[in-house]
Design a protein. Structure first.
Length: 338
């Protein structure tokens, strides 16, 4: 899920419209328990994402330079070369996860830089050249594996066994998801930018709602100027399903207490519909993308104003003013606010 978070952060820096790259379920093994797909090309066609990109470029003057730096270093222009990201696993162990990236990348440049990675090694698996290196994150470190499958497909995994199994599926030696009855299969709505599906939810999940779920399906996107969200959760009991419904209705009521006078905000909140049937919970929401962006922009302004009042202009993202910080500033709180 950390990979997914990084992917979502990256796509806010994208604007060009390219070819669509929806999830290809045949690339996911038939026995996978969960998958997450980010359709970056669909995001580029989103009104909300385009406006977010424009606002980001206006507020952070150095953003374009950073994107150019990544392009120069990796041969990957995130503004037009990244098309889609799929992450999946056969369990919730992060070392067993697999990441498939669809991107037009300068493979020659990547291969030239690969030997500079810590503990870099190269091994052969069939016709594939697999690179491994030590990936460090804070005090933690582990061995990562990756290969350039095609000119526009890269595969990464947290273990040698996982990348071997992934390549077997991509090469057609092991079955992918082709049966419509598969718990991870099903209709892919036009304009879906984020797809999350899980046929099994383990106790490792931190979210309390998901701890009581047996399976879940979440879709977020935008189609023909309409933003949408769909979720279906199969809970362990009818009582758990009713609890989820109560949480959603409680959230709507809370927003009503704090923003009840804001007709535009309440229109978006009241568009959320939640229903239950036995152990299944369904949540549906849709709204015009222009109205969604207006609400996001208004909320962002309110948050920046509060941060500026409490921590100064720099904490609110106002890069046109010099950062100021009192001598006795609580650095931890200040950094968190930023």
């Amino acid at each position: 899920m950390r990979i997914v978070g990084i992917a979502l952060a990256v796509v806010l820096g994208l604007a060009a419209i390219g070819r669509a790259e929806p999830v290809d379920l045949k690339q996911v093994p038939a026995d996978a328990k969960w998958l997450v797909h980010v359709d970056v090309d669909a995001m580029r066609e989103s009104v909300v994402v385009q406006k977010a990109y424009q606002k980001c470029m206006e507020m952070h003057k150095e953003a374009a330079q950073r994107l150019d730096k990544i392009h120069n270093e990796l041969g990957l222009d995130l503004r037009k070369d990244l098309h889609g990201v799929t992450v999946y696993g056969k369990d919730l162990d992060k070392q067993h996860g697999v990441l498939i990236v669809h991107a037009d990348v300068d493979q020659k440049r990547l291969l030239e830089k690969a030997p500079k990675a810590p503990d870099h090694k190269v091994a052969q698996y069939g016709s594939h050249e697999i690179h491994s290196w030590t990936h460090k994150r804070g005090k933690e470190s582990h061995t990562a594996f990756g290969t350039l499958l095609q000119p526009n497909v890269l595969v990464f995994a947290g273990s040698e066994a996982a990348i071997h199994a992934a390549l077997d599926v991509l090469d057609g030696k092991s079955p992918g998801i082709t049966d419509e009855k598969s718990p991870l299969a099903g209709r892919l709505p036009p304009g879906a930018t984020l797809i999350v599906r899980a046929s099994a939810v383990g106790p490792q999940v931190k979210c309390r709602i998901f701890k009581d779920a047996d399976s879940l399906r979440i879709t977020l996107g935008e189609n023909k100027g309409e933003s949408f969200y769909r979720a279906r959760l199969t809970m362990k009991s009818p009582e758990a399903a009713e609890q989820v419904k109560a949480v959603v209705e409680g959230f709507k009521a809370m927003v009503g207490l704090t923003h009840g006078s804001d007709a535009a905000a309440m229109k978006l909140v009241n568009a959320v519909k939640v229903t239950t049937q036995d152990k299944t919970v369904r949540i549906a929401w849709s709204a015009p993308a222009e109205e969604v962006w207006t609400a996001i922009e208004k909320a962002a302004k309110e948050i920046r104003a509060k941060l500026a009042k409490k921590h100064g202009p720099a904490a609110a993202g106002d890069l046109h003013k010099a950062p100021t910080c009192p001598e006795k500033c609580d650095k931890a709180k200040h950094d968190k606010a930023k």
